[in-house]
Design a binder for this molecule. Sequence first.
Ligand code: GLC
Length: 424
Amino acid sequence: MTLRKIATLGLGVLLGTLLHAGAGFAATVTISCSATGHDLAMCTQGAEAWAKQTGNQVKVVSMPSTGQLALYQQLLSAGSSDIDVLQIDVVWPGILAQDLIDLSKYAGNKTAGDFPVYVKNATIGGRLVAMPWFADAGVMFYRKDLLEKYGVKVPDTWEALTAAAKKIQDAERAAGHAKMWGFVWQGRNYEGLTCDALEWVQSHNGGSIVDASGKVTIDNPGTVTALKMARGWVGTISPEGVLNYSEEEARGVFQSGDAVFMRNWPYAWSLANSNDSPVKGKVAIAVLPKGGEGGRHAAVLGGWQLAVSKYSKNADAAASLVMYLTSPAEQKRRAIEGGYASTIEALYKEQDVRDAIGPFADSLYDNLVNAVARPSAATKTRYNQVSTEFSGAVYAVLSGSTDAAVSVKNLDAKLRGLSRGGKW
Ligand code: GLC
C-alpha cells in the first residue's frame, strides 16, 4: 500500500466515523423568507442560530412581496431542489400539499400547543404539510394622540370611522399638515386586498365569498354596501395611491405620521413603536369596525407556516430547521423582539411576552381566536383563482371602473363557473 493510499483510506475512515456520529454531514439548507417589515431580519437571525447550534449551514433567500405563490409553483412543478424550506401563507397548504413532505414524524406532539385552527389548516389529507410559525389577524391601528386632541371616540362602526377620519384629516390639514390622510389600508389588486375586502364584507354580514359547504355566497346586499363604502374612501379619506398599497406602503404612510387610522397586521405594532418611529408611543389598536349597528367586528385570519419541499435533497436537516424555527423558544424570541403573534397559545400568558407587547397581548389574542378564515378549505386547490377573481372584482369597484352591484354579479357568475357545482 502506498503512503498516499493509506492516507486516503485514513481520511475515508475518519469521514465514515464522522458520518456515523449523530447528525452526520453538515448540510446546507436553503430557506425562503418573506421580506415584509422585519420578517427577513428575524428569519435570518433564527436560521443562523439553528445553523450554529447544529453545525449545518443555512442560505436565506428573500421572497418578493407579491407573486410568491406563482414562484413556488414554478419551482415545485419543475421538481427544483433550490429551496428546501418554504415560508407559506395560511391559504396555501391545500394548493401546495402534493409538493410538500409530511412533517408528522418530525413534529411528534410539537403541534399540541398551537391554536387548533392552524394545525387543522396545515393538515391536508391526514398529512401535516407545514408547521405553524406565526399568526395574523387584521387589526385597526390609530393615533390615540389625535383622537384625544379632537375629542373623537374610537369608532365602532365603519360609518363612525369614516366620519372620524375625515374630521381629523381636515383639521390637521387646516393646521398645516397638508399630507395628512384619514385612513390607509391595502388596496393593490393582490391577496392583501382579498383580506381587507373580506373584512368589509363580513362586517356587513355578507359572508365569506364561499361558505364552508362550498356554496358561492358573494352576491348579497351586504357585499354591495361594503364595496360602495370602500369606493367612497378612495380620494376622500384615503389617497388615490391606496390602490397601489400593500402592507408596507400603508405602514410607511402611517409610521411617518401621515395617517390617522391604518388597517394592518400585528407586525406593524413593534415597528410603529420602534425608537426611530415618528409615531412611537402615539399608537393604539382596536378591533376593526362593524358594518353599521347591525354588523359585526371582523378580522381576517392570516398567518404563515414553514414547509419542506418534496424535492429537497436535505429533508432531515430542512425539517430540523423547521422544528427549530417553530419551537416555543424561537416563537417567544420573535414575539418579544419583533412583536409577532405566536401560534402557541400558552405564550400569550408568559409575563415577558406580555411585557414586551404591552396592551397588545390581550386584544391580539382575542382578535386571533375570533378571526374569520378565507375560504381556502372549501375551495381547495382553486383558492387562488377564487381570491384573484374576488380581489379583481373589488379592485374594479375601488378604481371606479365598475359599479359595485354589477361587479358583484359578474364575480358571482365567475365563481359559480369555477365551483363545479360546489364540489370545487
Ligand atoms: C399577511 C397574512 C397572510 C395574508 C397576507 C396578505 O401576511 O399573514 O395570511 O395572505 O398578509 O397580504
